[in-house]
Design a protein around this ligand. Structure first.
Ligand code: SDX
Length: 430
């Protein structure tokens, strides 16, 4: 990034020149790394609304134009023409693979899909009614206890093995979390199946009978994985980077990302969005909920709406909406009340001044739940599916950070507004 300009900042009588860095795309960045050293002040930006935490070559979002690129390739093209493991290769290594590279990568992932058999016992320590996200956080964090031969982050080979293991095993772990929650036996991965088909087979087959996954559903599942694969420095990715900056092992970092994703303001919104649509129940009830969403005194928010970056439409939501129509049609689910409420809610919100003025549009979580529910997943499995899809993005971002020679532990400063220095008061004098 060439330093083409300088921002001059006056602090009292002191003037400081801050380099302005120019990205490939997006707004210029004022480099404030030397600010405190030069003039003794911090910057203040809770929630990082105007602050870049790193430079990255992986994903780019233009919130005004509704653009999302993985390594420069628009998400719409990847969703239509690529498939998830090819997108994984692209995110991890920066370029689309040739036929030989793709086959080798798919074989490496496929040969790591099983988990250590002792993990079956580990699962049995959880209550059956535990939320699958709770078991996923626990099990993925525990992977460093099962795969300690790939936890040395200074060894590029171990970093690569850990990355492949995580991409390969997350669907198996997510499916195990689901099976465990419904009291059914775990289903082993079948290596002759592709990634998405394997996941659906592990979730929905039972030992008592043969189960064949509908290729059209597998394609829709694979597209959902692709749409969720990465998304710049969102909350969970920033969590993974911050955990990784301390030198924590990759399994612990991904477990931290899963924990953060679970929040309803983030990846948990797909579960919350479908539950909201069910709560609204019918098109007639929409105005009441729109009014609640606008009411400052009411904590209710339209889940699946709004985004920190997208101030137009979320390109993933557009693809997801098309996919919802296809999947429901394929499954013969017509007049789905939840989809009807979702489409009418989107229509009303797009015409309502409150949502238009605040640039609140459906995000990736608004339609995904409708597809996943139609496929047979309970709402509790929506965020685990988001987590397994995003694992490759977290790993790509973690690898980018770890291999940066200038890596520093992340340690934000603060604006202290607590008590001034004071002396201890004995109990008798309080
Ligand atoms: C994901 O960062 C990523 O990239 C995340 C993600 C990814 O792929 O990693 O895209 C995945 O997390 C998508 C977002 C899923 N979350 C939801 O759908 C939950 C509902 N949405 C909101 O909670 C909210 O929109 C956020 C959290 C998504 C964004 O919050 P911001 O950017 O901090 O915006 P804000 O909360 O400051 O809201 C701005 C204004 C506020 O009104 P004012 O205080 O300015 O008067 O818009 C209002 C908010 O009250 N608002 C909403 C709203 N979202 C924001 N009002 C009603 N319903 C909503 N959904």
């Amino acid at each position: 990034m060439a330093d083409k300009k300088t921002a001059n900042l006056m602090i009292g009588d002191a003037e400081v020149g801050l380099p302005i860095l120019t990205p490939t795309a997006g707004p210029d960045v004022v480099d404030i790394r030397k600010l405190y050293g030069q003039v003794g002040v911090f910057t203040y930006d809770p929630g990082f609304t105007s602050t870049a935490s790193c430079d990255s070559t992986i994903t780019y979002i233009d919130g005004d134009e509704g653009e999302l690129w993985y390594r420069g390739y628009p998400i719409e093209q990847l969703a239509e023409k690529s498939h998830y493991l090819e997108v994984c290769y692209l995110l991890l290594y920066g370029e689309l693979p040739d036929a030989e590279q793709l086959t080798d990568f798919e074989n490496r992932v496929t040969s790591h899909t099983m988990v250590h058999e002792q993990m079956h016992n580990f699962f049995r320590g959880f209550r059956r009614d535990a939320h699958p996200m709770a078991t996923m956080v626990g099990v993925v964090g525990a992977m460093s206890a099962f795969y300690h031969d790939s936890t040395d982050i200074t060894d590029p080979w171990q970093r690569e093995v850990a990355s492949i293991r995580l991409i390969a095993k997350l669907p198996t772990i997510a499916a195990m979390a689901y099976k465990y929650s419904i009291g059914q036996p775990f289903v082993y991965p079948q290596n002759e199946l592709d990634y998405a088909t394997n996941f659906l087979h592990m979730c929905f087959s039972v030992p008592a009978e043969k189960y064949t996954v509908d290729p059209a559903l597998a394609k829709a599942m694979d597209r959902i994985f692709t749409l969720h694969a990465d998304h710049e420095q969102n909350a969970s990715t920033s969590t993974v980077r911050l955990a990784g900056s301390s030198g924590a092992n990759p399994f612990a970092c991904i477990a931290a990302g899963i924990a953060c994703l679970w929040g309803p303001a983030h990846g948990g919104a797909n579960q919350a969005s479908l539950e909201m649509l069910r709560q609204i129940g019918s098109v007639e009830n929409i105005p009441e909920y729109i009014a609640r969403a606008k009411d400052k005194e009411d904590p209710f928010r339209l889940m699946g709406f709004g985004h920190r970056v997208y101030k137009n439409f979320d390109p993933r939501a557009k693809v997801m909406k098309e996919s919802a129509d296809e999947v429901l049609d394929l499954l013969g689910v017509h007049d789905n009340p939840t989809l009807q409420v979702a489409k009418e809610l989107e229509k009303i919100a797009r015409e309502d001044d409150y949502f238009v003025s605040k640039k609140l549009y459906p995000n990736v979580d608004f339609y995904s739940g409708i597809i996943l529910e139609a496929m047979g997943f309970p709402t509790s499995m929506f965020t685990p599916i988001f987590a397994l899809s995003r694992t490759v993005g977290w790993i790509a971002q973690w690898k980018e950070m770890i291999s940066d020679p200038q890596i520093k532990i992340g340690r934000p400063r603060q604006l202290y507004v607590g008590a001034d220095k004071r002396d201890y008061v004995d109990l008798d004098n309080r």
